[in-house]
Design a protein around this ligand. Sequence first.
Ligand code: ADE
Ligand code: ZN
Length: 330
Amino acid sequence: MNVTALPKIELHLHLEGAAPPAFIRGLAKQRHVDLSGIFDADGNYRFAGFRTFLKVYEAATETLKTPGDYHRLTLAVLEESAASGVIYCETFLSPDFCGGRDLGAWREYLDAIRDAADQAERQLGITLRGIVTSIRHFGPDKARQAARCAAETAGDFIVGFGISGDETVGKPRDFAWSFDLAREAGLRLTAHAGEWCGPDSIRDALADLRPDRIGHGVRAIEDPALVDELAEKGIVLELCPGSNIALGLYPGWRRHPIGALYDRGVRITVSTDDPPFFRTTMAREYDRLAEAFGWDADVFRRIARTSLDAAFCDADTRTRVLKRMEPEHA
Ligand code: ADE
Ligand code: ZN
């Protein structure tokens, strides 16, 4: 099976987390920022575990200072995604990093990112949409400001709102106000949960934030009743197996719960999270899944279809992408 040729839909990708290390090194040099501590001898990002990963991520993000930087970053990321066979992608964008939560500055960053996305769509045939993400360990006040930026710019490009960051800090209910504001602005919702905390974190996120999708949610597997509930309610999980394995949550691909969650009827999708950090790509995720679980092109086609159905874009965009994905059904 040529996995690269399979059309892919990616729903869970952090834009800064997708920055190639060489790209960040180039910016650091230009701006005279010393980032040598965040790279290993081979030039890859260096971290040990989730907390240092977040620190390295934020240190790398410090080099991204202007809308122009984000324009170049967006193009670089979409080139890599398109090379893996991705035809539609949703990326997390953070007003915390893009303009320090100032609405005017946020709009400038957004214009630059959109412009790059339009260029990539013309040149590479990949469609991008944005999900504004709040960052849990920055606290509820900053999340409210991020939600305001999201609500003010909701539309055909900014289609969702979410929360990422360190889920061991605070509670989902601390962020309910922000989620309510985003929902009222017409945005669809996703919340990281069940990555570093257990099944109760997923139950709390579902009850307090009422998201359409859960980011990760992989630890639902520890609670069979929750797995049944996710399957019955059709809650979509944005699974990122390569990320979980690289961060030490599971010892290897065969031990990752994605196979069991799929077999139990949960609506699963596959994404890379922060691909260069975890030395992965969408094509590599598909390759490893085929190897570990014997999945064939039919399974991947089903997953891509679930992902497109769960995408936050408008109906016209979904139809357009479906025609590219399944021309035989168009
Ligand atoms: N931000 C970037 N990657 C993340 C992850 N895997 N979990 C939580 N926050 C993140
Ligand atoms: Zn994530």
